[in-house]
Design a protein around this ligand. Structure first.
Ligand code: NAD
Ligand code: WQD
Length: 354
């Protein structure tokens, strides 16, 4: 800070081994915070946390537990006594949520109840939650601001909307605990070291990890889902935000939450949309690789355009998205090239358990 005094906190990060959580842990450690991660590693690998510590040059604590099962982490919160909790742990596949809604509500809603309850009991004063632009209506006018109607189009979005309501009500009952609900747009890219990134299981459902696997030859072509949308080139427009910028938004939220009371709700995006074809063009230009495309039908449930009104986060914090599309592509491609198998290194979850 300006006066040279660093206010460090004890922070519990749920889902800290995951894509966004791992990048946020690096930034927290770099800023001097004491970090403890709660994760069940169902969609991540302990290896990511090893790398987080290598990059930051500091250690964090790791606790294997499940947010659905309070008994698996209550003691950890009691002993650790966090001042702040950042709650990333959750499930995030829209398609899966349609097929298995119970799992999504149990993990994302009941899990959030459990983590918030533990935060209250431990005496935490700040809580930051991973919400999603999916809470808005697929028909919302863009750019969409935080006061827009919440009308999710799928169970995943509903689980995030419900979790937001749970947290808002808990905050009203526990005014000592201030909250930030961060509605992420489309997080992409990787750590500039090339050592942290997104490691989806199986065939990637999202544009950028799929494109990276077309570039490296894993898949023959990128399927462009629809080219008849009412957008300039007919393909879907999204607000992509570099994962390191997104990580920094959590630090900005901790600062803002610490200085206020109540619930802050912030869109986190760049405030501009780019199309699938524009992203393909950027990827080819930055990496020098060719991305063959195949035009196919629209994907069910997709909207034409999504981008954020970001004046709220700008007004309430110094945070700005400073990394552009070229850096998103460059860092993603470096991660993909350096880790063609993601974190798979022979270190299995089973090995970690013992
Ligand atoms: P991720 O899957 O990489 O990370 C989630 C982490 O939570 C993983 O480490 C996973 O093992 C852990 N986890 C899952 N279920 C758990 C449980 N029951 N108990 C303990 N840990 C559990 O996903 P991410 O992309 O880093 O997303 C983090 C959060 O941000 C999620 O809540 C997600 O819904 C939200 N979000 C993500 C995006 C996106 O596009 N990536 C967009 C908006 C919101
Ligand atoms: C982006 C654009 C596709 C893949 C999803 C979730 C959302 C949030 C982020 C968590 C769209 C097009 C994609 C492909 C394509 N997650 N596309 N070919 O759908 O905006 O958001 O992830 O909260 O909730 O819905 O992201 O990366 O899947 O798609 O043409 O192989 O790329 O149609 O226009 P999306 P995405």
């Amino acid at each position: 800070t300006e006066c040279g005094y660093l206010e460090t906190m004890r922070v519990i990060v749920t889902g800290g081994a995951g894509y966004i959580g791992s990048h946020t842990c690096v930034r927290l450690l770099e800023e001097g915070h004491d970090v403890a991660v709660l994760d069940n590693f169902e969609n991540s690998q302990p290896e990511s946390l090893q790398r987080v510590q290598d990059i930051a040059g500091r250690d964090l604590s790791i606790h294997r537990g499940d947010v659905r099962d309070t008994g698996s982490f209550a003691d950890f919160f009691d002993v650790w006594r966090p001042e702040a909790v950042i709650h990333f742990a959750g499930l995030k596949s829209v398609g899966e949520s349609v097929a298995e809604p119970e799992r999504y509500y149990t993990t994302n809603v009941q899990g959030t109840v459990n983590v918030a309850q533990a935060a209250v009991k431990a005496g935490a004063s700040s809580f930051v939650f991973s919400s999603s632009a999916t809470v808005y209506s697929p028909e919302a006018q863009m750019p969409v601001d935080e006061t827009a109607e919440l009308r999710p189009g799928n169970p995943y979005g509903w689980s995030k909307r419900m979790a937001e309501q749970v947290l808002t009500d808990i905050q009203a009952a526990q005014p000592q605990l201030s909250m930030a609900l961060l509605r992420y747009f489309n997080p992409v890219g990787a750590h500039p070291s090339g050592r942290l990134g997104e490691d989806p299981r199986g065939v990637p459902a999202n544009l950028m990890p799929y494109m990276a696997r077309v570039a490296d030859g894993t898949y023959p072509a990128l399927k462009v889902f629809g080219d008849d949308y009412p957008t300039p080139d007919g393909t879907g427009v999204r607000d992509y935000v570099h994962v390191v910028d997104l990580a920094d938004a959590h630090l900005a939220a901790l600062d803002a939450v610490g200085a206020s009371s109540g619930v802050l709700t912030w869109n986190v995006g760049r405030g501009t949309g780019i199309s699938v074809l524009e992203m393909v063009e950027a990827f080819e230009r930055v990496t020098g690789r060719e991305i063959p495309i195949e035009r196919v039908d629209r994907r069910a449930g997709d909207s034409a355009t999504s981008f954020a009104e970001v004046s709220e986060i700008s007004r309430r914090s110094p945070w700005r998205a400073i990394r552009g599309v070229d850096e998103m592509v460059r860092d993603l491609w470096q991660w993909q090239s350096m880790n063609p198998q993601g974190y798979a290194t022979g270190i299995t979850n089973e090995a970690f358990k013992s």
